[in-house]
Ligand binder design. Structure first.
Ligand code: ZN
Length: 497
């Protein structure tokens, strides 16, 4: 068989290369990835700038912009020589999201003068409520007796556990943590509504609160999905300038309506068939997400959250890896999934891992990437590489071998530490697969100050680094696709949360 001969030849080349780069003796013999050179800076740059251009409008999950991005990805995949592997012979797997949000007709007023919802006041979470009650100004948790049936107004207090300085989205986490903690305490007094006046930190998070809290809740459309998150009085955060208007005894009214509807989101799925008749029914799954944060309130005059690093980088990396596999297929098949609605809570990967378009047992490993084009040229991380997040020592070893042989990044292990404040392992699309018992790892070059801002622009991506990270993912996937044994999940694997 021709493919057998080519693999033997490639193995010889790998051994020859091994003598030149001083392999460690325990490195497993493996076949050199034959199409590393097919992964080029020029193609990655072209695709990256197209996918994260302003015309893609931030690719927000469950909007027409996400659908447009998915069509672009599918067409590029077709041009790359990858075959459709979604539903009904297409590149697409549609799934339904349930969105719950405040109606635009919702109103808030103090003494009959309106407060602009989302401008002057934001809601912690969507809620259906009618409020008509006098304000009771309290300090801190207040005296419970004075709150019954009233609208409690209090200055926001710092949360008991202030997020560590430097953690991503610091002001937003602070504000949400503080609102949750203080409103839980105030709820004991049975108020009609809770109004918290932002301190300077929470005021700095107001723009992001407008952008995200206003969007409402998104979930997979499963039984019970249309119910709001929690019962209880509405919880507002208002700008510090509102304090004077919220006088003790003033009449506070609110008419808050909820609406709920179903939207389509979509996973794009493509495949390059393997060459080995015994193994081509098995799949190495390369994973990215196509969506990002869409359009919102302008920040420094820019209203488009381009998501160049997050996650156009890995989306275009998968196109490049697909071209490499189309040129030289492995023994096992390569499967590519660009997940939808990741930013809404890993919804596309939760859907695909529960409803794969190939037999679930055929998924031998998931190689996920999220944000692979920023920070120091030589730094990177492989999450899921140490306990308790490592679910397959064999898969991790293949990735580390590929890095040692081909890409030589300096790997930062600290992000897998369960005590790391970011909890980064729990924030991308490998997670539902790991939970489903499939070997899974997560390639990333980590967070940066432009994370989830309109400044995540393609001009800021290190194209050389993106190319090298793509080669690392490809070389790892090539090793998995050609290994004699599929990687197994380690016995006793259990995540800390
Ligand atoms: Zn992401």
């Amino acid at each position: 068989m021709p493919h057998t001969r080519s693999i033997a030849l490639a193995a010889m080349l790998a051994l020859a290369a091994g003598t030149a780069v001083a392999q460690t003796p325990r490195a497993a013999p493996s076949v050199a990835p034959p199409a590393l050179g097919a992964i080029t800076r020029e193609e990655l740059r072209r695709d990256l700038f197209a996918m994260s251009s302003d015309s893609m409008r931030g690719r927000e999950g469950a909007t027409q912009d996400e659908l447009r991005a998915s069509v672009w990805v599918a067409e590029r995949a077709r041009q790359a020589g990858m075959l459709p592997a979604g539903d009904d012979g297409t590149y697409f797997q549609f799934f339904s999201l349930r969105r719950i949000r405040q109606t635009a007709a919702s109103t808030v007023a103090v003494g009959g003068a309106p407060l602009a919802l989302w401008e002057d006041a934001v809601l912690l979470s969507p809620v259906s409520a009618r409020v008509d009650a006098p304000i009771a100004r309290v300090e801190g948790a207040g005296g419970a007796g004075a709150m019954e049936g009233r609208v409690v107004v209090a200055r926001l207090r710092a949360p008991t556990r202030i997020p560590p300085r430097g953690v991503s989205l610091w002001e937003w986490r602070y504000a949400l943590g503080a609102m949750r903690e203080q409103s839980t305490a105030l709820r004991a007094g049975n108020p009609a509504a809770i109004v918290l006046v932002a301190d300077t930190v929470a005021a700095a998070a107001f723009g992001r609160m407008q952008h995200w809290q206003r969007e409402g809740l998104y979930r997979l459309d499963e039984p019970g999905a249309a119910a709001p998150r929690a019962a209880g009085p509405p919880v507002f955060l208002v700008h510090p300038e509102m304090m004077e208007r919220l006088a003790d005894g003033a009449r506070f009214t609110a008419d808050l309506g909820l609406e709920s509807f179903v939207y389509p989101s979509v996973n794009v799925v493509a495949r390059v068939a393997g060459t080995d008749p015994r193994l081509r029914g098995e799949h190495v799954l390369f994973s990215a997400h196509q969506d990002h944060d869409g359009i919102g309130e302008p920040v420094n005059g820019d209203s488009i959250w381009n998501g160049a690093d997050d996650n156009a980088t890995v989306s275009v990396a998968l196109l490049a890896i697909g071209r490499a596999f189309a040129r030289r297929p492995g023994r096992r098949s390569a499967l590519f999934v660009w997940h939808g609605a990741e930013e809404r809570g890993l919804l596309g990967s939760r859907w695909y891992s529960a409803h794969p378009t190939v037999p679930r047992e055929s998924l031998v490993a998931v190689l996920n990437g999220d944000m692979i084009g920023r920070n120091h040229p030589d730094s990177a991380a492989l999450l899921g590489s140490i306990p308790p997040h490592r679910n397959s020592t064999a898969l991790v070893q293949m990735a580390l071998d590929a890095n040692r042989r081909h890409t030589r990044f300096l790997l930062d292990n600290s992000w897998d530490d369960p005590a790391h404040p970011e909890g980064w392992y729990f924030r991308s699309d490998h997670l539902p697969y790991a939970r489903a018992g499939i070997p899974a790892i997560f390639f990333t070059t980590l967070l940066h100050p432009d994370y989830h801002t309109p400044e995540d622009e393609p001009e800021r991506i290190d194209i050389a680094k993106l190319t090298r990270m793509t080669q690392w993912m490809y070389a790892t996937g090539w090793a998995v696709a050609n290994a004699a044994q599929r990687p197994r999940v380690d016995p006793g694997f259990k995540l800390e949360r």
